[in-house]
Structure formats: C-alpha cells, structure tokens
Design a protein around this ligand. Structure first.
Ligand code: 5AD
Ligand code: SF4
Length: 504
C-alpha cells in the first residue's frame, strides 16, 4: 500500500508510488470485461491490484444502470465506502473512490455534485483517461470524463481475463448498441455500436489458445451485430442480412466484415477450443451464421435468444423489431438447422401496457420454445428512454412481481423438461474444477452450457489418468434438475469427433 508523502505535490509523481487499487464489479459480463480493461490500463501505469479493501488507496466500482435495483445497490455501497473513506481521511492512508461504467455516464451530476460521494467518474469509453483522472483526484480535486466515443473499442488493451482455473476466457469484439429498445438505458450509457478490428480479435484468440485456454466467449452488447469496417476492402455496398421476418429500428447498414466471417475465422484458430458468444440480438441470425454453428464442431450449439415478451403488441411497444410469429419462426429455423441446440432467453414482466393476456402469451411462448436457461426481470422504468417519455409505467408493482414469479415457475418446469431429456445421453464436458459442494466431485459444462456434476472417481475401465480442470470428459447423464445435471465420467475425450450425443 502507498503511504502519503505530503511533500509531493505534483500529480504525476503519485503515479510512481504504486498506489493499490481495489475493484468491485456489478452487472453483466461486459462489466467484468471492462474491469479488466481498466485494470490493464492502470497496471501499465504502475498501479498494484489488491483483493483487500482495507489496503486499497483507490476503490473503483464498475457499475450498472439497467434496473433501479442495480443502481440502488451501488448507492448503498457508495454510502458505506464514504463512511470508510471519512474514517481514513486523517490517517496516513487515505482512500479515493471512483465510479466507472454505466452509472457514471447516467448520473454524472448527482454523483459528483449533489451527493459528493466520489472523487473520480469515468464513463465506459473513458477508461484510457483513468490514470489522469486519478492523478487529478490525488491532488485533491474531483475528476470526471464521461464522453462517449464512436470509435473506442480498446482493441489494443487486450485484457486477458481468465476464470479461476484459467481454461475459459472472454474476448470483447464490439461495444454499444444502436437498437434503442424503448425500455433500455444501454444505448444512452454505452453509446453507439462499434466493432473491434478482426485482426486484433483473432490475435487475442490465438494468444489465449497458446496459453492453453479451452473455451473462448466472444463478447459484445449485440455480439452478432458485429461489423468491422476498419479496412477499405471490407466496405462493400452489400446490405446487412437479418434473420427472416426481422427489422431494424435504424437505417439498414451496408458492408463490413460480419459476425459469420469473424465466427468462421475464430473457430479455425484452434479446432480444440470451444467458441461461444454472448449476448446476441435475435435479428442478426441470418442463415449463414446458423449454418456455421451447425457445421463447426467447436462452435457450441448454444444460442441466447432474448425474446423479452411473447406478445406482438408488447414487442411493438418495446420497439424490438419482430413479432411473436417471427421469433417463433426463427426458433423453428434454428432448431431445424442445429439439431439439439440449447436455447436461453431474457424476459421482462410488466412492461408498460402489458395486459393479463399479453402475460399469458409470454408464458405460452416460454412453454413452446423450451429454454434451458432464463434471465427474467420485472420492468423498471429508466429515465431518458423512449418508454419514459412516451409510455405509462402502468402495471402495479405487485402485479409485475406476480407475473415475474409465474414466468420463473414456468421457466423452471420447462428447463427441467429440457434437461431431463438428456438423461441417458453422453455429453462432452469441459471440466472447470472441483464442485463447490463437495471435494469428491468435479463440475464442468456441456456444449449447451449446462453445469454437470460428477464424482471424481476414475472412469470404470478408463485411463488411469486423473481428470483435471481443462480436460474434456465424456459424461453419462444420470439425473437432471432445472439448473444442472449429474452424471458419471466415461473417460477423457476431445473436442474433435465429439458429435455423438446418442444415449449410451
Ligand atoms: N427493466 C427490466 N429489465 C430490463 N432489461 C433491460 N432494461 C430493462 C428494464 N428497464 C433486461 C432485458 C435485457 C437484460 C440485459 O436486461 O431483458 O435483455
Ligand atoms: Fe438494450 Fe435493446 Fe440494446 Fe439490448 S438490444 S442493450 S435490450 S437497447
């Protein structure tokens, strides 16, 4: 930890004193990635990272604004941290507080002026400016940069972020969102869509592969809207092809290297490395993307397909650009082209004007599709959004809650049905490590991203090699719940030639 040297008053000098920084991350996977970007930038300037809040000179919260509840959690945390900061004010180790990400963008004035809770504010496109902002703060002033950019992708920052066992990694491929769904704050906090040049993505995937990473998840706010226009030869006049029956709220885009091009090349870097992607928009699944997923053994047969509602009327009010029928056609198309595919989704209960009938349509859509994972939320009105300006948040809180609970309950029943259908099959599992509940068991993920727990004991008649994190193992599925599977290891395996999903 750095100790205050009162004789130093040049901001720059503080950078050489190894200030230690403590990160707290809230919200989505994009924020986890942003934390690593911010850390990578600070590390190059000589900062140290600490896992102990009490040792930190700087506490940085990477924040989320998507729902009121998320913001409330962070406000509460800021108040606690401020109390801690005040206590440390007169000690030799004072502490600075910074807010990064979406809340910095959305609540700049409140955070800086009204509440006076923070020293540094940096919006999602301003992390390169963090060393300067922190230097200003060390000089005793508040500092902020919440400018949004049309270009920033942090392409050269390369945050190498690994899961604890180091066999899975996330690679950011695009940022921002142009869709302007009427309920969503993201286009206002994270700005316009922009894609990272393909060369730097493939280089990062290659580095990860050389480090022994077995699974890469391509990451973006609208990951499959990827469109690299960084080189002249990529820019044709070809219009972007969408999923059948889907529309954009913006003027159709032209040219650029598309998601199918990137997926194709990323999957060729190492055929023994799994490729996943999140979070996609249902409009950007033209057939060539689906064909590629079907054809490449190492592209996981798992698609997140956020529906948000099962009612065409609500989807229109949400400005999602598709109807219930178009969504269900896409699901049919996906299931036909990618047999055995696992589907997951996001839904919002109680959006403006949602009737009981609309809600029933959502329940019926959940039943009809059969997802294995779901993220379900009660609608939370956000300022600045179109819904805030034009619609009435007219579903009472207790009705939202009841509808949400009904959605969760139907989701669980369906997930149980989908998972139970795997009992008796053999699944290729990438081992993550020991299961949290028992040191006698291992856990890992299927191609469809379901968690599988199985005993450590050696496979009967199998090799004598112990199974370790990062291994691919064939597991016979013996039982299922709505959230995970249990099974028995059959033996070490590999990704190539693993298409067999038949019961054994
Ligand atoms: N209220 C509730 N849920 C929301 N989401 C986005 N905005 C809101 C909001 N205002 C949900 C959507 C999105 C997920 C990331 O968060 O389902 O897909
Ligand atoms: Fe929000 Fe819609 Fe963009 Fe997703 S696609 S981030 S829900 S505006």
């Amino acid at each position: 930890m750095w100790r205050r040297a009162d004789s130093l008053n040049s901001n720059e000098l503080f950078l050489f004193l190894f200030l230690s920084v403590y990160f707290e991350t809230y919200g989505c996977q994009m924020n986890v990635n942003d934390t690593e970007i911010a850390w990578s930038i600070l590390q190059k300037k000589g900062y140290e990272r600490t896992a102990q809040l009490s040792e930190a000179d700087v506490v940085l919260l990477v924040t989320c604004s998507i729902r009121e509840k998320a913001e409330q959690t962070i406000w509460n945390r800021l108040k606690q941290l401020t109390a801690m900061k005040n206590k440390r004010m007169k000690t030799p180790s004072p502490m600075k507080i910074g807010v990064l990400g979406c809340m910095a963008e959305r609540l700049k004035t409140e955070l800086l002026e009204r509440e006076k809770l923070v020293d540094v504010l940096a919006g999602p496109d301003a992390y390169r400016d963090l060393p300067r902002l922190l230097a200003v703060a060390e000089g005793g002033q508040q500092a902020s940069n919440v400018l949004l950019s049309l270009e920033e992708t942090y392409a050269d920052v390369m945050p190498v972020q690994l899961a604890p066992q180091g066999h899975s990694a996330f690679v950011s491929i695009m940022r921002g969102c142009d869709n302007m769904c009427s309920y969503c704050i993201v286009p206002f906090t994270r700005g316009r869509e922009r894609s990272r040049p393909i060369g730097s993505i493939l280089e990062e995937v290659r580095i990860l592969s050389d480090q022994g990473v077995k699974e890469v998840t391509l990451l973006g706010q609208n990951v499959n809207s990827y469109r690299d226009t960084s080189e002249e030869q990529f820019c044709s006049s070809d219009p972007t092809r969408l999923s059948r029956g889907f529309q954009t709220v913006y003027k159709p885009k032209q040219g650029g290297l598309r998601f199918s091009d990137l997926l194709e090349r990323a999957s060729r870097v190492n055929p023994h490395m799994r490729i996943r992607f999140t979070s996609p928009h249902p409009k950007d699944f033209p057939d060539e993307v689906l064909e590629l997923i079907a054809e490449r053994e190492n592209i996981c047969k798992q698609i997140h397909l956020p529906a948000q509602s099962g009612s065409s009327q609500v989807l229109k009010a949400m400005r999602r650009g598709y109807t219930r029928e178009a969504y269900l056609d896409l699901v049919r198309n996906i299931k036909e082209m990618i047999p055995g595919v696992s589907l997951s989704s996001d839904f919002i209960s109680g959006f403006c004007g949602e009737t009981e009938d609309d809600h029933q349509q959502t329940l019926s859509l959940i039943r009809q599709v059969g997802y294995n994972v779901g993220f379900l939320f009660a609608y939370s009105m956000r300022k600045k959004t179109q819904a805030f300006h034009r619609l009435q948040d007219d579903v009472p809180a207790e009705v939202k809650r009841r509808r949400l609970e009904e959605c969760i309950s139907v989701f669980r029943q369906e997930a149980l049905r989908v998972n139970a259908a795997l009992i008796g099959s053999s699944q290729l599992v990438l081992v993550e490590g020991e299961s949290k509940r028992s040191a006698e068991e291992l856990c890992g993920r299927t191609d469809g991203n379901m968690r599988v727990v199985f005993p450590k004991e050696e496979p009967a008649g199998g090799s004598s090699e112990a199974i370790a994190a990062g291994d691919y193992v064939r597991v016979k599925i013996l039982s299922a719940s709505s959230q995970s599977l249990r099974g028995r290891a059959l033996g070490l395996s590999s990704l190539r030639g693993s298409a067999d999903q038949e019961p054994v």
